[in-house]
Write a new protein. Structure first.
Length: 260
């Protein structure tokens, strides 16, 4: 009977592990640096695109401002660096996968690859959702609420910090299906319990929507409903994973062979 063991069942010295980790980290840094170098020339254009959800709702004649003269240069540079980091995420995850894969069982690898791929795609989808739908709604509401005689003018650095926070928050929020499936796989919760707490999850989604969006029902719903749907997707796939567990072969469940 074959035994499902990690690819590298020989114990590697600690120095070898650290050397490999350093090599893979350097590859991640190099990939991010190369992308940043390619985008550096377009830093101002990238910031212009990123600020479009705000600028489209500015009153006629109003512009964004730079309170600190250095921020006119540093804000686009900071945004470009973050974009380079996000763009290099597939390379970073591939290097992470290459480091941990030799220590995984075959059935763990079959689960890990789709989870890693879906987590990247969902994170990008969350940021796109925030940029194209949520940010325009937020700034349309905020700028439209200015009293008569008040011209809103936003500092570019302050705007960048708020946008990056929202993009990251929505990217993480869209990881809900992956988080649900992982919780089911490792046995923290089961699908029956998740279905039981569904009403509380729905309430929680609307609470998060209330916190992250302007205080109007439309904006809250646009965040809460997708989060709820993503939770349902996670429950669905969690149920599929649970049903497949009893069908796994006995070989997959056996621990790695110990060295004499």
């Amino acid at each position: 009977m074959s035994v499902d063991t990690p690819e590298n069942d020989q114990q590697m010295p600690l120095v070898s592990h650290l050397t490999e980790l350093r090599t893979r980290l350097l590859r991640c840094v190099a990939a991010t640096a190369l992308i940043f170098a390619g985008l550096f020339y377009f830093a101002r254009d990238i910031y212009t695109i990123a600020s479009e959800p705000l600028r489209r709702f500015l009153p006629e004649g109003a512009t964004m401002i730079a309170i600190d003269p250095a921020s006119a240069f540093l804000a686009p540079l900071k945004l470009t660096m973050v974009i380079a980091l996000f763009a290099s995420m597939p390379v970073i995850l591939y290097q992470a996968w290459g480091f941990i894969a030799p220590g995984l069982y075959k059935h763990e690898k079959r689960i890990a690859v789709p989870l890693l791929t879906s987590s990247v795609l969902l994170f990008y989808a969350g940021m796109a959702f925030a940029y194209f739908l949520v940010l325009p709604l937020i700034y349309h509401f905020l700028l439209g609420s200015a009293p008569v005689g008040v011209t809103p003018m936003t500092d570019i650095n302050t705007y960048l910090d708020s946008v990056l926070t929202l993009l990251f928050a929505f990217g993480v929020a869209f990881e809900i299906p992956v988080a649900v499936v992982l919780l089911v796989i490792i046995g923290v919760v089961d699908v029956a319990y998740l279905k039981k707490i569904r009403p509380y999850v729905i309430i929680g989604c609307f609470v998060v929507g209330m916190i992250l969006t302007p205080p109007d029902p439309l904006s809250q719903t646009l965040l809460a409903v997708p989060m709820w749907m993503l939770f349902e997707v996670g429950v669905f796939f969690g149920g599929m994973v649970r049903k497949r567990k009893p069908e796994e072969s006995a070989d997959d469940a056996q621990p790695p062979a110990t060295q004499p």
